[in-house]
Write a protein that binds this ligand. Structure first.
Ligand code: MN
Length: 450
């Protein structure tokens, strides 16, 4: 608070994914409201060079959000006593008790499941001023976007749940049980199904005409008095029938029925958002923010978090639609061309060169890991990047039953071919010379098998 009252120049630095945009906005808004002299900046990644660059700029104090937990040594060297980290990524024992680091793990929460950065940021804001509870829905959006809805029936737990309860307490958000199709409240049923990519429904995701014809053939009532019905307006029986029809059409695809059944769960509706925007459903809100961050328009996402519902929302909806089209095209290319996938014992390698935009590689690999035949494997994908490099993105499938630390594997395998890599145990990435592609995959496969 001394920093805030003294008129010191503060810079909030946050990550460009949805959790980063939400948490950065929450911290920024709460400091603004206290009259602080504060700026907000987004970065795709934090590394020692970026820290050096930031520390040379003319700020008195820095708040790092949704990043920096692995760079505490560097922060101490560059900014001792002039920084704060608000984060949920894993942190070393040594840094755990550093008073400048406010990390979920330090407070007994599993930062991978129970506390996203947005929830951490929200409770930071609430401790500055209880009136900041209007920011609580952003914590829910961030948690869902980071896929922390891993409680029973896709529910939120831990600190994320506390933020959810604050949102409900203010009447800003409701949690109900439903089929969690994207746009379940707002779109015609076939469109909602086609918009849903987690899980990825082969032949349906991205193809609303195909879904429409499947539903027509099954005699499903899609309209009520000439008006399109929505998924949420269906009775429980109809919802079950809908899942049966879809499962029938997915046919023998391994795990298809489980994938659909997993769609039943807790859904979160932002009560004060226009029902016909992607902001109404908290999961879709997160997708919108992710699309802004990925497509190089993080500032548009920030504007939305801070309340802009005019120009920024229009821009974001255009970006979201480009993002969805890009992802659908990429998934289509991967799924329709068997030469792009290489099956190993516990690993699937996907060659996305020429078909997957490097900005969309992460979301594409993520979507695949929730669907058969990828979900019980480690998935490693590549896309062409500038200057003769490949971008690599890897994820542990949702039902993979082994132990791997992809962050470590990516780092070591990239180093072997003069690239750089790293990340989390369950999700990590790298950048390697394109000419080392074969050696790199071989090394990764070997390391996963142990
Ligand atoms: Mn996060």
């Amino acid at each position: 608070m001394q920093v805030v009252r003294g008129g010191k120049r503060i810079l909030v630095v946050t990550h460009i994914d949805a959790d980063g945009l939400c948490s950065g906005s929450v911290v920024f808004a709460s400091l603004m409201r206290k009259g602080a002299n504060v700026n907000l900046r987004t970065v795709p990644d934090l590394d020692p060079a970026t820290i050096k660059d930031l520390s040379s700029q003319n700020y008195d104090f820095y708040v790092f959000v949704d990043l920096a937990s692995t760079l505490v040594t560097e922060l101490e060297a560059a900014l001792a006593g002039r920084y704060l980290v608000i984060d949920h990524h894993e942190i070393s024992e040594a840094d755990m008790n550093n008073p400048s680091v406010v990390n979920a793990w330090r407070y007994g929460y599993d930062g991978g499941k129970e506390a996203c950065s947005s929830a951490m940021a929200y409770f930071f804001a609430a401790s500055l001023d209880p009136a900041n509870s209007d920011l609580a829905p952003l914590a829910v959006v961030g948690a869902l976007a980071d896929r922390q809805d891993s409680g029973p029936g896709r529910s939120l737990t831990g600190l994320n749940r506390s933020a959810l309860e604050d949102s409900q307490g203010r009447g800003l958000l409701t949690a109900t049980s439903d089929l969690a199709f994207t746009g379940r409240e707002t779109r015609p049923i076939h469109e909602a199904i086609a918009l849903t990519s987690v899980p990825f429904l082969k032949g349906m995701t991205g193809s609303k005409d195909a879904v429409l014809s499947i539903l027509h053939q099954s005699g499903f009532e899609l309209k009520d008095g000439g008006v399109w019905r929505t998924v949420s307006s269906l009775s429980q029986d109809e919802k079950r029938r809908l899942v049966e029809v879809l499962a029938g059409s997915l046919g023998a695809q391994e795990g298809a029925t489980e994938a659909l059944t997993s769609l039943f769960g807790e859904v979160y509706t932002l009560q004060f958002e226009d029902p016909f925007t992607p902001l109404r459903d908290a999961r879709e809100f997160g997708t919108l923010l992710n699309s802004c961050g990925r497509m190089g328009a993080a500032s548009v996402g920030i504007s939305i978090c801070l309340g802009d519902r005019s120009r920024a929302l229009k821009d974001a909806m255009r970006i979201l639609s480009e993002y969805r089209q890009g992802i659908n095209k990429a998934l289509e290319a991967v799924n329709s061309d068997p030469t792009r996938t290489e099956q190993h014992d516990r690993v699937i390698v996907i060659k996305g060169e020429g078909a997957v935009d490097e900005r969309l590689l992460g979301p594409v690999i993520s979507i695949l890991t929730s669907s058969p035949p990828f979900k019980d494997k480690v998935v490693v994908g590549s896309a062409a990047s500038k200057g003769g490099f490949l971008k690599i993105s890897s994820r542990v499938g949702d039902s993979f039953d082994g132990q791997v630390n992809l962050g470590l594997i990516m780092r070591e395998a990239a180093q072997e071919v003069d690239g750089v890599g790293g990340g989390h145990a369950m999700a990590a990435g790298a950048r390697i010379p394109a000419s080392s592609s074969e050696a790199f995959s071989k090394s990764v496969v070997g390391k996963v098998l142990g």
